[in-house]
Write a protein that binds this ligand. Structure first.
Ligand SMILES: Cc1ncc(COP(=O)(O)O)c(C=O)c1O
Length: 394
């Protein structure tokens, strides 16, 4: 790897392994196992005396290329590619904990992430305290002698709240706990949790990294020591490995990540400003706007806005459904980070399992809508909103 390469160059070239055929595009190594020249060679490989692959559940060439490219982008020493974002989150949290340990997590989490810390972890004797993560004093107050992990996503899904990662990391360092950041909404381009002091970063590669709605994937990144001491054995023996076919698809996706995210962010900023002017809209939340409640933290820790916009319609669920149903280009889907613009109504989809009170705490009202911008022409998207909003009562 060249330390002088900028991200757009790293994302096209970093980690490439060429076979004897000298292929331009990275090859897919769809193999479960590997052969050895001799029994001695097999023994040496298993002893760790020689480099090389052993079994695809442990690692394989296409996955290795994807992991190296992600490490370069993130500034991480090591990584493991997983079958989905949830496999990455679950592995990153559980691999370092045992019964009796305690997690502090921001309550504004993607539904499945919240289930892992709130419902799954306690079954194994790992307690979790959920807090309003926007305020550093809440992290401090929740600390117990057994606290080992702080877990957060920022910006959050779906209301784009922001958490002070450097502040949380400082608290964690004081007690020797590890900060795990789900960086999906920020993208690896706009926020660097490891530079801010976090210890572990996870992605659903399903989102912007694929970016074209094709396959699931995830990745856990950290320093080599943390991976060796925590994730290495967990990963080998519980089997969350990514399929090499998906690693190849994601390697191709990641080449165009900067182009897509730039376009999506520009469109998000344009649409956020447009929506803020509309009489049917009560509120717009966009990390790139000056009126975001945490604009000061955003300026400190993010180098770009977001590819997502959250907004609230005055007419509640009825208005949200009418808007979604009237849109033409923008499709109704709970996914995000796709090259197609996607819209979802969190209260009836991604966050439907939360109680009304829990949704209210997170700022999700019946009129809240989450929009993930694609790479279409922004003016076509504005026109689509204009025609759809004309069918929504104010
Ligand atoms: C913030 C966040 N984390 C994790 C995930 C889980 O990713 P996956 O669907 O790839 O398992 C998602 C998926 O929507 C997400 O939005």
């Amino acid at each position: 790897m060249s330390k002088t390469w900028r991200p757009a160059t790293q994302l096209v070239h970093e980690g490439t392994l060429r076979s004897q055929y000298g292929e331009t595009s990275e090859a897919i190594f769809l193999t479960q196992g590997f052969v050895y020249d001799s029994s001695e060679a097999a023994e040496a490989r298993f002893k760790g005396e020689t480099d090389g692959f052993i079994y695809a559940r442990y690692g394989s060439p296409t996955n290795d290329m994807f992991e190296k490219r992600m490490c370069a982008l993130e500034g991480a020493e090591d990584a493991r590619a997983t079958a989905s974002g949830m496999a990455a989150v679950t592995a990153a949290i559980l691999c370092q904990l045992k019964a009796g340990d305690h997690i502090v997590a921001a309550r504004a989490l993607f539904g499945s992430c919240r289930w892992v810390v709130e419902t799954l972890a306690p079954k194994y004797g790992i307690e979790c305290t959920l807090i309003d993560g926007r305020y550093l004093e809440n992290w401090e107050k929740a600390i117990r002698p057994a606290t080992k992990v702080f877990f957060l996503e920022s910006p959050t899904n779906p209301t784009l709240e922001v958490i002070d990662i450097a502040g949380v990391a400082k608290l964690a360092d004081q007690i020797g706990a590890k900060v795990v950041v789900d960086n999906v909404f920020a993208t690896p381009l706009f926020q660097k949790p490891l530079e801010l002091g976090a210890h572990v970063v996870v992605y659903s590669a399903t989102k912007h990294i694929d970016g074209q709605g094709r396959c699931l994937g995830g990745v856990v990144l950290s320093d080599k020591q943390w991976i060796d001491e925590n994730l290495h054995d967990y990963f080998r023996h519980t089997g969350p490995a990514m399929s090499p076919f998906n690693a190849w698809t994601l390697l191709k996706g990641i080449e165009t990540l900067p182009l897509r995210v730039k376009q999506q962010t520009a469109s998000a900023a344009r649409i956020a400003d447009f929506l803020a002017e509309q009489k049917q809209v009560a509120k717009v939340i966009y990390p790139g706007r000056k009126d975001h409640p945490q604009a000061d933290i955003i300026a400190k820790q993010m180098s770009g806005g977001s590819t997502l916009v959250a907004f609230e319609l005055k007419g509640g669920k009825e208005a949200a459904f009418a808007l979604q149903n009237a849109l033409d280009i923008i499709k109704i889907s709970n996914n995000l980070g796709d090259s197609k613009s996607l819209i979802t109504h969190p209260a009836t989809t991604t966050h439907k399992n939360l109680s009304d009170d829990a949704r209210a705490e997170l700022g999700i009202s019946p009129g809240t809508v989450r929009l993930s911008l694609g790479i279409e022409d922004a003016e076509d998207l504005v026109e689509d909103f204009a025609q759809a909003l004309s069918k929504v009562k104010s």
